[in-house]
Design a protein around this ligand. Structure first.
Ligand code: ATP
Ligand code: MG
Length: 195
C-alpha cells in the first residue's frame, strides 16, 4: 500500500452527511486494520466533538483551513477529511491533496447551485491534477424519493460516477453514537476499491 491514502468529503451544501460519512468511513478503515486519522477541517469541530463524546478508537485532529495541506502532508496512513459547508476555498485545498473526493448528496433538500459550484471546483482540481477524483454518494436515501431532474441532468452532463451503494435514511446514523452498523459504508469503500 502507498504510504498515504486521503479521502475527502465535500459539498458546499450543509447537512448532507459529510461528517457522518467521515466518521463511518474512518471507522470502517479502522475495523479493516488500517491506520486511520480523522481530520476535522470544519471550524465548528463537529467531528472532534463526536469523537470526544464517544471515544473513537482512532485519532481525530482539528485543523484550521490554512494548515490543512501542510498537516496532511506530514501524515501517514488513511486520512479521512471532513470539510465545512459553504466554503469554496477548502474544496480546492482538500481535493488538491485527495486520492478520493466523495460528494455526498442527500435525496431531499437538494441545492442545485451549491452542488454546481462544488462540482466545478472539483473539476478544476481534476483538470490540474489530470486525474478523476470525485464520486457522488447518495445519502439519507429513501426509496420513495427520487433525485431531482436538474441534479440528475447535472451529474450526467458532468459525467460523474455515482456510487451504486446508497446510504439509507436510518435512525442508526443519527446522534453522537459510536459508529457500529458499518455495512453500507463498507460497501462504499469496497466499491471504490479502497478496502
Ligand atoms: N443516513 C442518515 N440517516 C439518518 N440521519 C442521518 C444520516 N446521515 C446523517 N444523518 C443526520 O443528519 C444530520 C446531518 O448530518 P451531518 O452532520 O453528517 O451532515 P454534514 O454534511 O456534515 O452537515 P454540515 O454541513 O452542517 O457540516 C445529523 O444530525 C446526522 O446525524
Ligand atoms: Mg459536518
Amino acid at each position: 500500500m502507498a504510504k498515504k491514502f486521503v479521502i475527502t468529503l465535500v459539498n458546499r451544501k450543509g447537512g448532507v452527511s459529510k461528517t457522518t460519512s467521515t466518521a463511518y468511513m474512518a471507522m470502517c478503515l479502522h475495523q479493516a486494520g488500517k491506520k486511520v486519522f480523522g481530520v476535522d477541517a470544519d471550524a465548528d469541530k463537529s467531528l472532534v466533538k463526536w469523537s470526544e463524546a464517544v471515544s473513537f478508537p482512532f485519532p481525530v485532529v482539528h485543523v484550521a483551513k490554512d494548515n490543512l495541506v501542510d498537516m496532511v502532508e506530514g501524515m501517514e496512513g488513511y486520512i479521512v477529511i471532513d470539510t465545512p459547508p459553504n466554503d469554496g476555498e477548502i474544496i480546492y485545498a482538500a481535493a488538491g491533496i485527495a486520492d478520493e473526493v466523495i460528494v455526498p448528496i442527500s435525496g431531499t433538500g437538494l441545492d442545485v447551485n451549491r452542488l454546481a459550484t462544488t462540482l466545478s471546483a472539483i473539476a478544476h482540481v481534476e483538470k490540474m491534477r489530470q486525474k478523476p477524483l470525485a464520486s457522488i454518494l447518495l445519502t439519507r436515501w429513501r426509496d420513495n424519493v427520487t433525485i431531482g431532474k436538474e441534479v440528475l441532468e447535472m451529474l450526467v452532463d458532468k459525467d460523474l460516477p455515482v456510487i451504486d451503494q446508497r446510504i439509507r435514511l436510518l435512525t442508526r446514523y443519527e446522534g453522537f453514537i459510536l459508529p457500529q452498523y458499518l455495512e453500507e459504508y463498507e460497501a462504499v469503500l469496497k466499491e471504490l476499491e479502497v478496502i
